[in-house]
Write a new protein. Structure first.
Length: 311
């Protein structure tokens, strides 16, 4: 097993690109290098670590458990280093012109707004426009340079960088639980009022992982639906029913006691925080600089929460 100081950061960057792009060819295009270079980087890192990082089939390339652990523990420091080098190596006046960023209102309130303010202070010649909407907009038609999206990406024509992960929590308001009772298992949800987020591909079917790797798939019933995550939280907090909220959306309500987390022994699939770009081979420096900065910002934000959970 190689020591951490012996690992090649370029090889780690190649591993991250393969994981984000879903294959070696797409990763090479994203990095602007030959596919053989990416393959060599990954193979060299696998030899150093003494374990495989990817499972390869004719249809897809996925991370092994060791690969997931490597990226979980190593990607955040890599992004932080890249962001620091970008700030130190780029004169403040070098980034100029306009930068248009799109995301949801919830992500803007949770982290993106503060990150944009910090980034703008570092680059005073850059004009930044931040657009917030729950609808999925056309990046080309709207002239967006980068969109920050949560969840599972559908449009394969777009390029994306995975910046991090988020959990989903099944939640309800205390007033609802007092009226209808508390579900104790995923199957119990079928007998409760569910509030559906219509933006999801399958808003009424939910897959749970439980103790010992037990899997459960549950079909719920919804009389209330909304196409906004902000509205979803408001409906749940008002006692309209049970739903699944991303951890960013649920955080304030759980702290304040207006929401209660249900089924703590069961987990829903984790989603991703992605930076999404319009089609094209190369990223403008201002976009790359912001994406690296935001990845480091999110890693910095997550660190105190990890320490809190471990204490």
């Amino acid at each position: 097993m190689a020591a951490a100081s012996d690992l090649d950061l370029n090889a780690l960057r190649s591993v991250a690109a393969v994981a984000e792009a879903g294959g070696f060819t797409a990763a090479a295009e994203r990095l602007g290098v030959a596919k053989a270079r990416v393959s060599l980087d990954v193979a060299r890192l696998e030899r150093q670590l003494g374990t495989g990082l990817f499972t390869r089939t004719t249809r897809r390339t996925t991370l092994t458990e060791a690969g997931e652990a490597l990226l979980r523990d190593g990607l955040a420091p890599l992004r932080q280093l890249e962001a620091a080098l970008a700030v130190l190596g780029t004169p403040r006046s070098a980034l100029a012109g306009s930068l248009r960023i799109a995301s949801t209102a919830d992500q803007t309130m949770h982290a993106l707004g503060r990150a944009v303010v910090e980034f703008a202070a570092l680059h005073p010649e850059l004009q930044i426009e931040l657009r917030s909407s729950d609808r999925v907009i056309d990046l080309v038609d709207e002239g967006i340079d980068v969109a920050i999206r949560l969840g599972w990406l559908r449009d394969s024509s777009l390029r994306a960088t995975r910046l991090g992960d988020f959990e989903q929590h099944v939640v309800a308001a205390p007033v609802y639980l007092k009226r209808r009772g508390t579900p104790r298992s995923p199957e119990d949800l079928a007998g409760h009022d569910w509030i559906a987020l219509s933006l999801l591909r399958r808003p009424l079917t939910w897959a749970f992982s439980g103790p010992g790797g037990v899997q459960r798939s549950v079909r719920v019933q919804a009389r209330l639906r909304t196409d906004s995550s902000t509205s979803l939280r408001a409906l749940v907090e008002a006692g309209g029913g049970i739903s699944a909220l991303d951890q960013f959306n649920a955080e304030a309500g759980l702290r304040a006691g207006t929401l209660v987390r249900l089924l703590p022994g069961w987990a829903l699939p984790a989603g991703g925080v992605h930076a999404v770009y319009p089609p094209g081979r190369h990223l403008p420096p201002k976009v790359r600089a912001f994406v690296d900065f935001y990845a480091a910002f999110l890693a910095r934000e997550r660190a105190p929460r990890r320490r809190l959970r471990q204490s």
